[in-house]
Ligand binder design. Structure first.
Ligand code: NAG
Length: 195
């Protein structure tokens, strides 16, 4: 029961921090031709981290022309896998908790129930471990891909050394870091209690 409740809490937490994440970064493009500069270009992104679909307008540093630039990478499979496992373990733990409370007598009579429960919990804990590890790896790649210093390299005008590009603001990651850590703690906790 304790495992169920902790899975539930961590699932809510993971969903709230990964599934609900949205962040922003800002870069500046300071053209030699000052009038066409944009010193604060905001780029918003979030779950499910399909960064290759996130576009922003950057000055071309010639006349007043602008062009669309896309971020690089698609991390949606790991992010969606992580959130899906969180949602399913949440639903499972909810059903298991309700069943445990309301059908405690039947639970005791049926000798196979605890075994099924045990197997399902082990499977979920394993999925947690796999999905949170995959997400941890994807998250470190997302951090690189959304680092304003890296994003500057994608802007064609920044390749010309006469224009100066800079980072204004990087995305905040505090919530996402804790989601990975907590998911891993809970999966390890789940496995330990299961065995
Ligand atoms: C700079 O870019 C932002 C988009 O991030 C846009 O809203 C703003 O109008 C641009 N400023 C100039 C001076 O082009």
């Amino acid at each position: 029961l304790c495992v169920d409740l902790s899975l539930q809490l961590f699932a809510i937490f993971a969903f709230a921090t990964c599934g609900g994440y949205s962040g922003q970064l800002r870069v500046s493009v300071d053209c030699m031709e000052k009038a066409s500069s944009n010193l604060s270009i905001g780029i918003d992104f979030g779950y499910p981290f399909r960064l290759h679909q996130v576009a922003f307008e950057a000055p071309m540093c010639e006349a007043m022309r602008r062009e669309r630039v896309f971020l690089a990478g698609d991390y949606s499979s790991s992010a969606e896998f992580f959130v899906t496992i969180a949602v399913f373990s949440f639903l499972y733990s909810l059903v298991a908790t309700v069943a445990y409370i309301f059908f405690l007598n039947k639970y005791r009579e049926n000798s196979q129930r605890p075994l099924i429960d045990f197997v399902v919990t082990v499977v979920f804990s394993f999925m947690w471990l796999v999905s949170s590890s995959a997400w941890a790896k994807a998250l470190s790649d997302v951090k690189v891909a959304t680092d304003p210093d890296e994003v500057q390299l994608l802007i064609p005008a920044c390749k010309d050394p006469t224009n100066r590009c800079g980072s204004v603001l990087g995305p905040r990651w505090s919530g996402l870091n804790t989601s990975v850590v907590k998911a891993q703690i809970s999966s390890i906790g789940g496995l330990c209690v299961s065995f």
